[in-house]
Design a protein around this ligand. Sequence first.
Ligand code: ZN
Ligand code: ZN
Length: 160
Amino acid sequence: MTVLYYILIVFGTFLLMEGVTWLTHRFVMHGFLWYLHEDHHRKGPGFFEKNDWFFVIFAIPCMAMIAVGTLVPGWWWLGAIGFGVMLYGAAYFLVHEIIIHQRFKYFTRSNNKYIKAIRWAHKMHHKHLGKEHGESFGMLLVHRRYWRVIQKKGENTGTG
Ligand SMILES: [Zn+2]
Ligand SMILES: [Zn+2]
């Protein structure tokens, strides 16, 4: 039974992380830690951004949870939460750094509708160069209005 609970907690955490990411992006990154996120909206030279510190910031509690969950008897559930966060971090990295910003040259010419939708939604996030008046703070879930744009584009070019 524990294995089933373990899997449920991992995937539950993964889903919750989309909400946590939205809140963090909306209120922390575009809030008091804007100075770390700013260079992601106004790109400077070089491969790394100050924004990459957020991977470190999320990784520390994540690894601590996995360590406690592995080492302390009875705390396996905390390890499951840690693995859920780690899985979301990996998905975020794949979607945000590789698929959207193409920091590594994979999936650059995808015609997949979901990929087009997340790219468009995030493009709309980046259209705002400043801290205020942002939109589209999520990552894996795409609001209906961005899907509609992709739908329309597809019809216009005859590829949808
Ligand atoms: Zn942002
Ligand atoms: Zn971005």
